[in-house]
Design a protein. Sequence first.
Length: 147
Amino acid sequence: MNMEIRPLQREDFDAVVDIDEKVFNMARPDYYEGKFRQVLDEKDKLVTSLVAVAEGKVAGFIMGELFVGEYGIPSTTATLDTIGVHPDYQRKGVSVQLMEEFVAHLRKAGVEKINTLVDWNDWQLIRFFSKNGFEPAKTINLELDIG
């Protein structure tokens, strides 16, 4: 399949929200409004978020950012926090191409590690990340249930 991978743009908002809704069966426009603002409007940040365009439309996206010392994390570390592929384009290599370009883009920026979080019970996503070289980190995600 002929596909272009390019940086995320403001015009991609509706397509990203639509893909996310189709994949997760719920609309999260407020979440993506914040993500787009964070990714595109902060002048001092490198845009690391990408979209895959196939047949003239957004087929998938990957979003992340570079750390700049938050939580004592070195600036050579980035995060991958959101990925989605339109159901019509799943199992056609879109996510693999997005991941390869995302990693290459970050590598050029001097990044040495990429972190992500996955629900312990989401075996499909765990398998995807494992196939792409991710493994359990030496850090522990802690939570406090205050509900």
